[in-house]
Design a protein around this ligand. Structure first.
Ligand SMILES: [Zn+2]
Length: 305
C-alpha cells in the first residue's frame, strides 16, 4: 500500500509518495499559480466540452424537427397534387360529356370551348417545390392554388351549363308530341284530299285515325288544356297547349274528360273516339301545330303510349 502526504508551504505545495517495503519515496512540488493555471485549463476544457455536447443535442433535436416538418410538407403536397389531379380529371370528364351531348343533339348546342387544365403548370408536380433549387417555390405554390380555384370554378360553371342543357332536352322530350293519340287505321293523312263529306278538294292539316266509338284518346305530350267543348265542324274537341310552342287538337270526340285549365301528362286519357261534328265514321281528327303552323303528325308518332 502506498501513502500520500501533503506538505503545504506559503507559495508551493509538495506531494510525497511513500511506497511500503522501504522503497524509495517520490515527491513533486507545484506552485499555487501553476495549480491555479491547471484548474483554469480544466475548467475551460470542461466548459468547451459541455458546450459542444449541448450543441450536438440541439442539432439532433433540430434535425429531428426538420425531418418531421419535411414529412408533413411532403404529405400536404401529395394531398394537393391529388386534389389538382382530381380537378384535371373532372375537367376531362366535363369536356368528354359535352362532346357526347353535342354529338347526340347533332347541333352545336354547346358552344363552350374546350377548356384546358392548368395551362403552364399542367404537368407540374408540387413535390418538386421541395427541392432546394426552387427559390420561388412560394410563387409557384400560389400559382398552383390560383389554377386550382379557377379550374374548379370553370368546371362548376360548365356542369351548370350541362345541367341546364339536359333540363332543356328533358322539357323538349316532355312537351313534344311523341305518341299516337289512338291506335287505329289512318283513314286520311296530312295533305291535299277530297273531302269525304263535301267531295271537294281541301288541304287536310291532320291525321284521321279510325277506331271504335268510345276508344280512349290520350294526350300526346305534357301540357295544359286550353279548350274542351264544341268545335264546330270538328264536333267535341280538346285542344292542349304544350311548352315550346306546340299545340295539339283532338276532334270528333264522343266524350270529353278534361276541362280547360287542367294540366295533363303524356298518355293521359282526355276523351273518347266519337263521330261528333262533320264526319262519316268514328275517328279522331288529330292536329299538331307549332307556333300556329300545322305540322305533319307522322313525324311525331314514333312512340307508343
Ligand atoms: Zn280530319
Amino acid at each position: 500500500m502506498k501513502k500520500t502526504r501533503i506538505k503545504v508551504s506559503k507559495k508551493r505545495i509538495t506531494f510525497m509518495l511513500l511506497p511500503h517495503g522501504g522503497r524509495r519515496s517520490y515527491q513533486i512540488t507545484l506552485s499555487y499559480s501553476f495549480i491555479f493555471a491547471l484548474f483554469l485549463i480544466w475548467s475551460a476544457l470542461t466548459g468547451v466540452g459541455l458546450y459542444y455536447m449541448s450543441q450536438r443535442i440541439e442539432n439532433a433535436q433540430l434535425k429531428d424537427a426538420n425531418k418531421k416538418l419535411k414529412q408533413k410538407i411532403t404529405h400536404f403536397s401529395k394531398k394537393l397534387e391529388n386534389a389538382l389531379d382530381l380537378v384535371r380529371e373532372t375537367q376531362d370528364l366535363n369536356i368528354r360529356l359535352k362532346g357526347l351531348l353535342a354529338l347526340q343533339s347533332k347541333k352545336k348546342v354547346i358552344e363552350y370551348s374546350a377548356m384546358g387544365g392548368p395551362s403552364e403548370l399542367k404537368d407540374f408536380k408540387i413535390s418538386e417545390l421541395l427541392k432546394p433549387e426552387f427559390d420561388n417555390s412560394e410563387e409557384l405554390f400560389d400559382a398552383n392554388f390560383r389554377e386550382l380555384l379557377t379550374s374548379a370554378w370553370q368546371t362548376k360553371t360548365s356542369f351548370k351549363e350541362i345541367s341546364e342543357y339536359l333540363n332543356y332536352k328533358r322539357n323538349l322530350a316532355r312537351y313534344t308530341p311523341a305518341i299516337w293519340p289512338v291506335y287505329g287505321r289512318i283513314t286520311s293523312g296530312f295533305g291535299l284530299r277530297i273531302n269525304p263529306v263535301t267531295h271537294r278538294p281541301e288541304f287536310h292539316h291532320a291525321f284521321d285515325i279510325a277506331n271504335l266509338k268510345g276508344t280512349p284518346i290520350r294526350a300526346t305530350a305534357d301540357g295544359k288544356v286550353i279548350f274542351a267543348g264544341w268545335g264546330g265542324k270538328l264536333g267535341k274537341t280538346v285542344v292542349i297547349a304544350h311548352n315550346l310552342g306546340y299545340t295539339t287538337y283532338y276532334g270528333h270526340c264522343d266524350e270529353v274528360f278534361v276541362k280547360p285549365g287542367e294540366k295533363v301528362i303524356r298518355g293521359q286519357i282526355i276523351a273518347s273516339v266519337g263521330m261528333t261534328g262533320r264526319t262519316t265514321g268514328p275517328h279522331v281528327h288529330y292536329e299538331i301545330h307549332r307556333y300556329g303552323k300545322p305540322l305533319n303528325p307522322k313525324f311525331f308518332m314514333s312512340g307508343g303510349f
